[in-house]
Design a protein around this ligand. Structure first.
Ligand SMILES: Cc1ncc(COP(=O)(O)O)c(C=O)c1O
Length: 401
């Protein structure tokens, strides 16, 4: 019917590469098979009890049952502001510099919709969390990629990054208006320090572009590493916003709570578009999210330690069966190069074979962009026992003695 009516925008989105893996996984589970699943960054632990308790209390009160505030209730914006103050020593005005979002993904997509024009250029890392790229594509914005390169410590290679960025600004017309960064980086786990943001903010002011920085994994750091916020740099608010989420820090992925903070013009654009699009997140959820940010924080240490222990066990056992995985400094992933003998398969085929034959699911690197080819992303969402089992299954399949 109506073949002449084309949905042009939706055609810009390709088939989701991870759908391949998901379909096989689903089929296997329907057949009663046990799949050890490292494929999605979906925390496996429960939300801490004090947050759930607050949700239950708030849900009992009828005054919380109506429409909420699209940019988030004041108390939650204030809690986000206090979080920034305590963690990074940064002042943010809860009214004009903070917008609560339904997870950081929703916030990011609507932000891009609000601030871009068709035909703009934007710079995104490759590989990348796919929506960092496709939110622009959906809105008719061209994306220029910067390949992510790193050193042995899993720090970003700043020189390569800034050489590429400067080259892009010399050679791209119209000049890109937006640069997206995401450290700790999904999928590679690569991290940066404050001096990276210092250079980036200086360049943004010189070349006149806005920065969107995603720090979803800010709290999932190991040993002595600490994630920086771009706002630790003087004057960053002139050019940048940051997106953050409660999904990973508090095992609250299904609750859909995040925020976008910083530059008033960008935050204002997001608040405005959201005032047209939604009535705000369910108020009891916002009240519980306030408690997550303001209540006891020892739960974060537990979550962090759980990922760290799994990461050590996984690297130790996988490196014995032919991988050569470097320890990440942060995130809930490891980024593993496919052993040379199997690289010719490509990451999608490698993941399909491992899934079908070893019953272990990974995310193929190619799903995060061309620069992800040759790698797989392993989410640390299975326990130690199952990590050992996965390693056994893979060893058997790969026939490595
Ligand atoms: C880098 C990055 N940003 C944002 C998100 C989305 O988080 P949220 O649950 O807040 O939408 C994810 C989820 O995996 C992510 O990896």
């Amino acid at each position: 019917m109506f073949d002449e009516i084309e949905f042009e925008k939706i055609k810009r989105l390709p088939q989701y590469i991870f759908a391949n893996i998901n379909e096989i996984k689903l089929q296997m589970r329907q057949n009663g098979e046990d799949v050890i699943d490292f494929s999605m960054g979906n925390p496996d632990g429960p939300t801490p009890t004090h947050i759930i308790d607050k949700l239950c209390q708030a849900a009992q009160k009828s005054k919380n049952h109506g429409y909420s505030v699209s940019k988030g209730i004041y108390k939650l914006r204030l809690a986000a502001s206090n979080w920034y103050k305590q963690k990074y020593g940064v002042n943010l005005d809860p009214n004009t510099e903070i917008c609560v979002t339904m997870g950081s993904k929703e916030g990011y997509v609507h932000l891009i919709q609000a601030i871009t024009n068709q035909g703009d250029n934007a710079v995104v890392c490759s590989p990348a969390y796919p929506i960092h790229y496709y939110a622009f594509i959906l809105n008719g914005v061209n994306v220029v990629n910067i390949p992510i390169k790193w050193n042995n410590n899993m720090y970003l290679d700043y020189q390569a990054y800034f050489d590429n960025l400067e080259y892009i600004f010399k050679n791209t017309f119209p000049k890109p208006k937006f640069v997206v960064v995401n450290f700790p980086h999904n999928p590679t786990t690569v991290v940066v320090n404050k001096d990276f943001y210092d250079r980036l903010v200086k360049l943004a002011k010189k070349e006149r572009f806005y920065i969107i920085s995603d720090i979803a994994y800010a709290e999932l750091c190991f040993d002595n590493f600490k994630t920086s916020s771009i706002f630790e740099i003087e004057g960053a608010k002139d050019v940048a916003v940051e997106t953050y989420t409660l999904s990973k820090t508090y095992n609250m992925a299904g609750w859909r709570v995040g925020f976008v903070v910083g530059n008033k013009k960008m935050v204002g654009a997001l608040q405005k578009i959201k005032s047209w699009i939604d009535y705000g997140m369910h108020t009891p959820t916002q009240i519980a999210a306030t408690i997550a940010l303001e209540g006891p924080q020892d739960c974060i240490n537990d979550i962090r330690n759980k990922y760290k222990n799994r990461m050590k066990v996984l690297i130790n056992s996988f490196n014995k069966i032919g991988f050569d995985i470097k320890e990440p400094k942060a995130s809930m992933f490891v980024w593993a190069e496919i052993p040379n003998r199997y690289k010719h398969l490509g990451s999608l085929e490698f993941c399909k074979q491992i899934l079908k034959e070893a019953k272990v699911a990974f995310s193929p690197g190619i799903g995060f962009g061309d620069s992800g080819e040759g790698y797989i992303r392993i989410a640390l969402i299975e326990n130690e026992k199952r990590i050992h089992q996965a390693s056994k299954n893979i060893k058997q399949y790969l026939n490595i003695k």
